[in-house]
Ligand binder design. Structure first.
Ligand code: B12
Length: 292
């Protein structure tokens, strides 16, 4: 990438008062990737260049050094583009079960250009954790937990539709939760983020009988399978499923990556479950997928 690009992305980040870590989070990539873009050792793909241009409100031509600064940079900084709703307002609308208000808030973030990864992590995931705490304290009935989960899923679908990309010509990745593990919102987020990064995602969700998983693998020939476990007592189901798949497909078993909240305090997850790799987040998944 030309040196003008490396100079401009650094300049724009500083002008917007962002650290490399902030910019990485907003762009859904690792901090070292940003550092590598800025020192010219790594080149972003076209879609990422467009996302960087969107983040700093400049044109792609400007980023590439093909246009003058004065003409193209808009006056507003990213800082001024703060969302008009607070997290507390979002949480209140969720707890009230006010679907319309929740949708309005999330759509306003999208309109402001807040990256979907930030909406997922800082609003949807954070609010669901709080919902779990309320349920645990007996302050929220299960029907409301279900209702809020559904509202969250509906809005994730809405966000995804806005960012839809055609990735079907790539080799697929299969995503599912094993056994009776019903928590699938985290996995769905992972799937949406992978899709936004250009992967061909086949999301199966939860409660799929094992013979059907085998059928899906035979038909779709994924090169990787991503499993998510949230509750510790479902770890055994993951292990069983992996055993069965390895017996059935032998050396042709797609690479199995595993993650989710159930492993937060488990050591040596890959050995415990038989998965090929344990991943903590989307960046670790990306790193492992690149190695396959
Ligand atoms: C929503 C929810 C439900 C929904 C699930 C709906 C759905 N379609 O998923 C319903 C109501 C069905 C449900 C049911 C139950 N739940 Co529940 N549930 C939750 C809640 C509130 C939120 C979970 C969630 O979606 N979080 C948002 C997502 C985005 O976050 P996440 O899962 O952490 O995922 C992120 C990362 O972990 C990571 N990730 C996830 N998977 C993977 C995979 C890979 C490979 C990688 C790299 C990363 C990754 O990426 C995601 C994005 O950052 C949690 C509270 C909490 N603290 O988590 C309780 C919670 C998980 N549930 C709990 C329990 C006990 C249950 C029930 C037994 C009883 C109940 N509450 O009804 C049943 C069990 C059902 C079953 N058989 O699995 C407990 C689990 C306790 C434990 N650790 O053992 C929790 C923690 C509540 C609590 N505080 O006690 N639940």
């Amino acid at each position: 990438m030309n040196s003008e690009f490396t100079i401009r992305i650094k300049e724009l980040r500083k002008k917007n008062n962002l650290t490399q870590k902030d910019a990485a989070k907003l762009l859904g990539i690792g901090q070292t990737t940003i550092a590598n873009y800025e020192n010219g050792t790594r080149v972003p793909d076209l879609m990422k260049v467009a996302e960087i241009a969107d983040l700093y409100k400049v044109s792609v031509d400007y980023l590439l050094g093909r246009e003058d600064y004065a003409q193209k940079v808009q006056e507003k900084s990213v800082e001024e583009e703060k969302p008009e709703f607070t997290y507390e307002e979002y949480m209140k609308s969720l707890l009230d079960g006010d679907k319309k208000a929740v949708r309005k808030i999330l759509l306003s973030f999208l309109k402001k250009g807040v990256p979907s990864r930030v909406i997922y992590e800082d609003y949807i995931r954070r609010s669901l954790r709080e919902v779990g705490e309320l349920w645990e304290k007996g302050e929220l009935p299960i029907w409301k937990e279900h209702f809020i989960s559904e509202i969250s899923l509906e809005n994730m679908a809405l966000i995804k539709r806005r960012k839809y990309k055609e990735n079907e010509d790539r080799k697929p990745i299969l995503l599912l939760t094993p056994g009776a593990e019903q928590h699938n919102i985290g996995l769905k987020m992972v799937g949406d983020m992978l899709e936004a990064n250009g992967h061909n995602v086949i999301y199966l969700g939860n409660l799929i009988p094992t013979d059907n998983i085998i059928q899906a693998i035979e038909e779709k020939k994924p090169y990787a399978i991503i499993l998510s476990v949230t509750i510790a007592y479902h770890i055994d189901s993951a292990k069983n499923l992996i055993d069965i798949l390895k017996q059935r497909f032998g050396t042709k078993t797609p690479t199995i990556l595993i993650g989710g909240g159930a492993f937060d305090r488990v050591e040596n997850v890959a050995m415990v479950t038989g998965a090929d790799k344990y991943c903590r987040d989307i960046d670790e998944i990306e790193k492992n997928l690149r190695r396959i």
